[in-house]
Write a protein that binds this ligand. Structure first.
Ligand SMILES: [Zn+2]
Length: 306
């Protein structure tokens, strides 16, 4: 079968690989119909010195397809549209048994980055790593769910507990993960403030439902957030930009607010001011929470958490 392989940094080729094996008990074979492109694919293609992996590797961290064969003890049926989990987890550790594969203690790695990925015609894998798409969802639509929407769901709702009536600052509303965050935050009735770099992206963010759009090239977003929230700050900050925004993002939080992050597209390190945070938050005896989405999640991250 054909597969798209990374032979060396910045060198991709379509290659011929042995076909996927017949499914063993507990496994399914899926005909891949669509593969999504994420930032981690770009990092993987470009090469990252600290990533532990051996080339060549089949690329593709996020994909969907159609079930074509099932092993014993599998309830799925051939023909079902499914999305595939983007990491190879053990299925045996406490986290996996609890349904939180993103915290697997023995994870082999992210598909397409550390271990062979999903840009291939067929794959056989454990049924527990395959999620059936709801009726009416196409293969192409399902292919962008596991990483992009899964990460956002994990960040906004599992970790930050964003609720109806709260306010969230979503950084980079024109990005893939930013657009997903706007949609999911609006779906629960939150007020969305988002940042963009161009008028074109501002129009798109508004079309997705964002309540307030800040062009950060024209205005300091932290100042606008302060005005919009009447100096209160937001309940949740959705970060993934990193050094360009991180410190200011922290100061957009209200007392007791939560910052969640899953990546750092503008660099690898940033400075923060713990004294200022302590003055602003902790001296008031109010909790300040920061959490990160796990890299290999049902929600696998699009950040450089490798
Ligand atoms: Zn595990």
């Amino acid at each position: 079968m054909r597969a798209l392989q990374l032979l060396d940094n910045r060198s991709l080729a379509v290659v011929d690989l042995p076909d996927a094996p017949s499914p063993a008990p507990g496994e399914v074979t899926v005909a891949i119909g669509a593969v999504a492109l994420n930032h981690i694919d770009v990092w993987g293609w470009r090469g990252m010195a600290f990533a532990k992996r051996k080339l060549p590797i089949v690329i593709g961290a996020e994909a969907a397809g159609t079930v074509i064969a099932v092993g014993a003890d599998v309830s799925m049926k051939p023909g079902q549209v499914v999305a595939l989990f983007g990491a190879e987890t053990c299925g045996k550790c406490a986290a996996c048994l609890d349904g939180r594969d993103n915290f697997c203690e023995n994870v082999a790695g992210i598909r397409g980055f550390h271990v062979d990925g999903l840009a291939r015609e067929r794959i056989t894998l454990p049924a527990r790593l395959v999620v059936a798409a709801p009726e009416g969802v196409s293969v192409v639509e399902a292919a962008c769910a596991p990483i992009t929407y899964g990460t956002v769901e994990h960040m906004l709702f599992d970790n930050a507990h964003l609720e109806y009536g709260q306010t969230v600052l979503i950084q980079a509303g024109g990005s893939g993960i930013g657009t997903a965050a706007i949609q999911l935050a609006k779906a629960v009735g939150a007020t969305v403030i988002t940042t963009v770099s161009t008028e074109d992206k501002a129009a798109k963010a508004k079309a997705l439902g964002a309540d307030h759009v800040i062009n950060y090239k024209e205005d300091r977003f932290e100042g606008v957030v302060r005005k919009l929230t009447k100096k209160q700050g937001v309940d949740v900050v959705f970060e993934h930009v990193g050094p360009d925004t991180f410190a200011q993002s922290m100061f957009c939080l209200k007392r007791g607010g939560t910052l969640v992050t899953c990546g750092s597209t503008t660099g690898v390190s940033t400075e923060s001011d713990p004294i200022a945070f302590a003055t602003a938050f902790l001296s008031l005896g109010l909790p300040l929470a920061v959490s990160t989405a796990a890299a290999t999640s049902k929600s696998a991250s699009d950040g450089p958490s490798c």
